[in-house]
Design a protein around this ligand. Sequence first.
Ligand SMILES: NC(=O)C1=CN([C@@H]2O[C@H](COP(=O)(O)OP(=O)(O)OC[C@H]3O[C@@H](n4cnc5c(N)ncnc54)[C@H](O)[C@@H]3O)[C@@H](O)[C@H]2O)C=CC1
Ligand SMILES: O=C([O-])C1=[NH+]CCC1
Length: 308
Amino acid sequence: MANPPVIIWKDEVERLLRYRELIPRLEVALGKFSWRDSAELIQPVRTTVPLQKHDGFMGLMPAYMENDGVLSTKFVCFYKREDGSTLPATQATVVLLDPEYGNVKAVMDGEVITDMRTAAVSAISAKLLMRPGAEVLAILGTGRQALSHYNVFMEMFSFKEVRGLRGLETPVSGPVTACVSVEEAVRGADVIVTVTRCTEPVLFGQWVKAGAHVAAVGACRPNWRELDDVLMKEAVVYADSREGAMAESGDIILSGAEVFAELGDVINGTKPAHREKTTVFKSLGMGVQDAVSAKLVFDQWKARHSQL
Ligand SMILES: NC(=O)C1=CN([C@@H]2O[C@H](COP(=O)(O)OP(=O)(O)OC[C@H]3O[C@@H](n4cnc5c(N)ncnc54)[C@H](O)[C@@H]3O)[C@@H](O)[C@H]2O)C=CC1
Ligand SMILES: O=C([O-])C1=[NH+]CCC1
């Protein structure tokens, strides 16, 4: 008889998940994904159910890593939400299963996992694609993802200046230059992170310095945008999953831009990192990122509870 599933709440996930352990595991998983070896890893494009009445979507994000014995799925609800709404923009739960028996081993909060693994993958994109000596980081958005991106970028890199729109200085715990407009925030920036709920372009190519790296995290629907056509066409575009980007990214579909490579291709050495050019990393989020994070949380949880 299988043990009943454990439930791991948000505060415990927060205590257990650390970027220094998460990032190397995500890099390995991104690389495995890009080999497209179904004996190693299976991750279909997320299934999305529209919640029309609530202006949102429920995404189902399964992943199976055969050799690692990891089977999981995330349920994530995400909403358009008007500015000023007090309702959450994203809510998620991750379910970890035993691939042999099919029983649920753990049900855990997916909000912290979503915040941290998304920011960690953006940081990996910057590590691979930004120019050496990058000094100025701009973060567009002041919500949950803005905070997790701030935290991991501060942990991994040493920028001389971080700029953001007014409001970013409230959640973060370090110095931020508050800017009155997107243009002011991004002009001259070496790395730009877009973590907004925008459905129309907010970042325009004419403001972006040649050679900058953009990690574009919002706009995860085929008709939503954060970046304009000029930027999308000028930049070398990378994605987490090519299939995900072609199915879900308005910035890619509507601009007609081509996905040059996945981050995993760069990690595997099968595609180059064009650090010298303007680069866009289009992030949609992947079930395998959640699977790796959930396994790490569960392993840490077991280790901690076996000592009690
Ligand atoms: N790529 C991925 O893996 C993931 C993407 N997301 C997406 O990331 C985005 C941010 O998510 P959260 O931080 O959780 O949401 P949030 O609601 O906490 O923050 C959203 C931010 O966008 C800002 N915003 C809205 N309209 C704007 C505009 N026109 N100009 C500038 N800023 C604007 C809001 O003021 C707020 O600061 C969402 O689009 C969400 O769907 C979320 C999770 C994972
Ligand atoms: O990967 C993810 O969890 C999400 N991507 C877009 C909204 C939520």
